[in-house]
Design a binder for this molecule. Structure first.
Ligand code: PEP
Ligand code: MG
Length: 595
């Protein structure tokens, strides 16, 4: 298996079962399907040994604790969102029911007597209670029944979580085919055996796609109904670079793909020296090339691909994955470890960007009509101040161990910047009164990913130390395209004249204000876009680690003067599609055969 880092388009097959989707993560793999489907709540029943009683019971206690903290978190959220008192009362009663000691003891007794797995014991015990209460005609009792059902589901879900994330314990190498994968599922999957991801839904910058790229697992998404066309064990070729999936390939096709893999290995070899080279243009301008990561496990990949630093650490993945969310101390330890690991290199940690397609598990119950336009990013943080401060305190405490920069997501107006900066001052005061050490001068930056922030950037730039353009969301919000919706993925244009103008505006504002402007959206890792971004005035890029060598190669082979000329030309064009053709032609002419 190899990872394709260049984009070879136009590969056409006569195969009947060739399916074209969206290329979400490059690379080719030839292997077997593992069809991953969300299981319905099916409660397993099996015998256990006497020695396993303690372990089974401890699983139960963990599931109960988790259910309790989920309920507490929902309760907090309902308070913030001004949801009715009744809901809070109901949640309190659920918490009380879950914590009922006599019920917990009863479970332990039955477990020791029957020697069956805990899911089954719990399911039966709560089922018996439900049955008893259901026999009553009392309205109050009816409500208790629905409460019990709710709790049963929650605890069983937690107990069966091991089932749900089966992707962690796969027996052999495979390509996961699923309708959708939650980002948390994708993060938790067994990276040794998952060799590819194929999804019915999703777009290029959906978070599962980003994670696939970070883990260098080829992926094709947006295939509509691929899950209905395969079963576990089927043969499959996944071409993440071209966005193609071939089912039950014939010998000839397999041969072509084996050659393709070999060719890519040669390209990878050719790009290898660029890992160690500096990103300097032919006319001498140093460009910072950094990495985007989601979890600390990727630090190795950051270094092995030659990143100058971390330009975007999406902290939400870490916080949600390991439930660090509620613990300042645990967060501090993780941030400290990341900073120490990166030594003097800059590490930009973005504060938690919850919402949109990144739903926090504890808040699953909260439904918004338009989550992408809703309670997201800095908006969520500012109305969830305790959580936000916890993260900021942890970050400031960790700051003494390295070169930290803090960045706020989804900024849309000046007031949000002011509020966030005020909270930083409060956090510093708190640390001082606790006698805890921190670095006073940490560069504070904001994401430029909402058009209003870009258009008002001259005001925002006066208040912060750096700007970072998030093209994934900036495209989404400028062009009014849900970035995860495969039906409209064709409209997702990186070279839309509107977007190019917005990027230029931020670059110009940054220069005028004397603060750095970087770009950390997926566009930054596309080697074809490099010349355009350089011409628009971007001096720092951040991308999935695997893209770093190829982007460095492009940077080292162009001049800023040339980039500016190309940009002057394309800015005269009103069609994103035509601009794409101009750039594609230029790229092929310049680098054809080399990358
Ligand atoms: C972006 O929007 O471009 C970005 C980098 O942030 P995220 O992809 O995490 O939303
Ligand atoms: Mg974003």
């Amino acid at each position: 298996m190899t990872h394709l880092t260049s984009v070879n388009k136009g590969f056409i097959f006569k195969q009947m079962k060739t399916n074209k989707g969206i290329s979400a993560s490059p690379g080719v793999y030839i292997g077997k399907v593992y069809l991953y489907q969300e299981e319905r709540l099916k409660v397993p029943k099996y015998q256990i040994e006497k020695e396993e009683i303690e372990f089974e019971f401890s699983r139960f206690l963990v599931a109960i604790e988790k259910a309790k903290s989920e309920l507490e978190a929902i309760k907090d959220a309902t308070k913030i969102m001004n949801i009715s008192e009744n809901e809070v009362v109901m949640l309190d009663s659920h918490i009380m029911m879950i914590s009922d000691e006599s019920f917990i003891n009863q479970i332990k007794t039955i477990l020791s007597e029957q020697l069956l797995n805990i899911e089954w014991i719990f399911y039966e015990a709560i089922g018996a209670q439900i049955e008893k209460l259901s026999a009553s005609q009392n309205v109050y009792m009816e409500e208790r029944v629905s409460d019990l059902r709710d709790i049963a589901k929650r605890v069983l879900n937690n107990l069966l979580f091991r089932e749900r994330i089966k992707l962690t314990g796969l027996e052999s190498e495979c390509i996961i085919v699923a309708h959708d994968l939650l980002p948390s599922d994708a993060i938790a999957m067994d990276k040794k055996n998952v060799k590819g991801i194929v999804l019915d839904v999703g777009g290029k910058t959906s978070h599962t796609a980003i994670i696939a790229r970070s883990f260098e697992i080829p992926a094709v998404v947006g295939l509509f109904n691929i899950t209905r066309m395969v079963k576990t064990g089927d043969n499959i070729i996944l071409d993440g670079t071209a966005g193609i999936v071939i089912l039950e390939p014939d010998e000839e096709t397999t041969k072509i793909y084996l050659e393709k893999i070999k060719r890519q290995e040669e390209i990878d070899l050719h790009l290898k020296p660029y890992v160690k080279k500096e990103a300097v243009t032919n006319d001498g301008q140093k460009i910072a090339v950094s990495a985007n990561i989601e979890v600390p496990q990727e630090l190795e990949s950051v270094k092995s691909h030659g990143a100058d630093g971390i330009g975007l650490f999406r902290s939400e993945f870490l916080l949600l994955q390991s439930q660090l969310y509620n613990s300042e101390d645990k967060q501090f330890e993780v941030y400290k470890a990341i900073l120490q690991n990166m030594e003097e290199r800059p590490v930009t940690i973005r504060t938690i960007d919850i919402g949109g397609d990144k739903i926090i598990p504890n808040y699953e119950e909260i439904r918004e009509r338009n989550p992408l336009l809703g309670w997201r990013g800095i908006r969520f943080c500012l109305s969830n101040k305790d959580m936000f401060k916890k993260q900021l305190r942890a970050l400031y405490r960790a700051s003494i161990f390295g070169n930290l920069r803090i960045m706020f997501p989804m900024i849309s107006c000046e007031e949000e910047v002011d509020d966030a900066l005020k909270i930083i001052e409060e956090v510093k005061n708190e640390l001082r009164s606790r006698n805890q050490e921190y670095k006073d001068k940490i560069p504070i930056g904001i994401m430029m990913e909402v058009p209003s922030a870009v258009l008002a950037s001259e005001f925002l730039a006066k208040k912060v130390d750096f700007l970072s353009i998030g093209t994934n969301d900036l495209i989404q919000y400028t062009l009014a395209i849900d970035r995860g919706n495969e039906k409209i993925a064709y409209l997702y244009q990186m070279y839309h004249p509107a977007l190019l103008r917005l990027i230029k505006m931020v670059a110009d504002v940054g220069k005028k204000a004397g603060i750095p402007v970087t770009l950390c959206g997926e566009m930054g890792g596309d080697p074809r876009a490099t010349i355009v971004l350089l011409g628009l005035g971007i001096e720092g890029f951040s991308m999935s680690p695997a893209s770093i060598p190829i982007v460095k190669k492009v940077i080292r082979n162009v001049e800023i003067k040339e980039a500016k000329e190309i940009v002057d030309k394309i800015l005269q064009n009103g069609s994103g599609t035509e601009i794409n053709t101009i750039i594609e032609n230029w790229f092929n002419e310049r680098f054809n055969g080399l990358i």
